[in-house]
Design a protein around this ligand. Sequence first.
Ligand SMILES: CC(=O)SCCNC(=O)CCNC(=O)[C@H](O)C(C)(C)COP(=O)(O)OP(=O)(O)OC[C@H]1O[C@@H](n2cnc3c(N)ncnc32)[C@H](O)[C@@H]1OP(=O)(O)O
Ligand SMILES: CC(=O)C(=O)O
Length: 539
Amino acid sequence: MSKALSIFDTTLRDGTQGEGISLSVDDKLKIARKLDQLGVHYIEGGIPGSNNKDIEFFNRVKELGLSAKITAFGSTRRKDSNTELDSNLNSLIQSGAQAATLVGKSWDFHVHTALQTSLEENLAMIYDSIAYLKRKGLEVIFDAEHFFDGYKNNPEYALAVMRKAEEAGADWLTMCDTNGGSLPHEVHDIVTVLAGQVTTSRIGIHTHNDCELAVANSISAVRAGAEQIQGTMNGYGERCGNANLCSVIPSLQLKLGYNILEADQLKQLTSTARYISEIANVNMPINQPYVGSSAFAHKGGIHVSAILRDSRTYEHIAPETVGNQQRILVSELAGQSNILSKAQGMGIELRSDNDSTREVMSKIKDMEHEGYQFEGADASLELLLRQANGELKELFTFESFKMLVEKSADKPVVSEAFVKLNIDGASVYTAAEGNGPVNALDNALRKALISYYPGLQNIHLSDYKVRVLDDKEATASKVRVLIESKDAANSWNTVGVSGNVIEASWEALVDSLRYALLRQTKREGYEEIPSAGRGLINH
Ligand SMILES: CC(=O)SCCNC(=O)CCNC(=O)[C@H](O)C(C)(C)COP(=O)(O)OP(=O)(O)OC[C@H]1O[C@@H](n2cnc3c(N)ncnc32)[C@H](O)[C@@H]1OP(=O)(O)O
Ligand SMILES: CC(=O)C(=O)O
């Protein structure tokens, strides 16, 4: 089967109705361009009758020359009013969009309660509004709000609404599960009924995720005859969100054989989802199907062992198909397959039948028990593995550090750090200030090392996270510090754990600089790889 389906993206309209999502015009334009590259067929840009930001979007999106159809959203005319004078309908026409999505009521309860009008007047509002937009040359997508609830309450009326919309010339009749309360078998049955009655219009589906079934309901609707799926990237949307197109698209294409995107476009799915989450400033759940960073991450030793033999043992699709990648995690649940595979990826030759491999594996498990976590700290893990492989030599010996944090009534707080190291037999003592204790410690440590290792000049701290570990992890009152560092080309993450946040930060800082030097030394092709002696704070 290779039936074509049309993808209608409403990230920029219903997506922005999700709590915490607010996009500027520039954000919307960037997302529209990205969605167009992905290959969605319709992009609903907003509600021109709602605000000036959306009006500006519709004015500016024309300059982008996108292939996707740009769609403007609005509702049917107000009750007892004149269509030609309806400012909302006129804003759709003035937006210059090629298509308009018109939301109308199909649940009799809503007609009486929300609109406070008669069932006949609602039918007239729908007919008049669609016919008006059609006369103005727009493609019309009629979003029948609460269609499934309406059908369950009064099937004759819900179907009469759709017949009226079709009679007025609607190109698409979209059945909306507005409250998100329907189940897949109900959706399938109700779409089947409508599909048996529609003659000229085509059927679309718009689902919400209140029962966590929006994707399943969309798929059920398609299987019953819907040809257009409305949804949002990452499932953003009102309340619990809309059908997540990042799951809908690959499920329909890869599992049911529908023809939606070109293979090269499907490969952009993960990067598009991540790009949009960056612009929307919303962290993506790591376990988001298909596109999340954990979607193909393997942790259990038994899984990893099998994955290395054939990835189909624990992966439902090849991650590359959607632009994602397989990851092997190292944790207390790891077996030697995890460690060996990780080492191989880092270019470290560890052997399975070797004492040092067994030792490092048991050390990693002990450290995880103490609260270390290497899933997000690949650089610290690489240092441990290289150390176990005998590749690192001591860089300096730690003697002491001291911190001073001073706050007086009329002055801002000042942090100062004092570091004493032994480098190549010489005692080196430095002091430095910083805008906080960790920054001061970082400055003092670099100051001590920089004349020996000038390459450290270009390294900077780009992120710092502290997590208090609870007693469920048997590490009460400890903290875990994760540091992200960057140079001109790369970023890397390191970890430290201690009962004291400064000591945990010190560990992560030292690992960060050790790793920077390791990379530089490898880049410059030196034989000996330096080590800043993690032994200075023994695990
Ligand atoms: C299911 C959905 O997601 S629908 C889209 C929901 N999205 C939004 O509402 C975001 C954008 N909305 C807005 O900016 C504003 O609500 C506007 C500009 C559209 C309307 O603003 P206001 O005129 O102040 O009305 P308000 O926001 O209170 O909405 C209620 C009015 O809309 C009318 N209305 C609601 N649905 C419809 C409809 N399908 N057709 C016609 N009128 C409708 C109601 O009857 C009510 O009118 P009344 O006050 O005369 O009784
Ligand atoms: C139209 C729409 O967003 C809904 O019914 O949920």
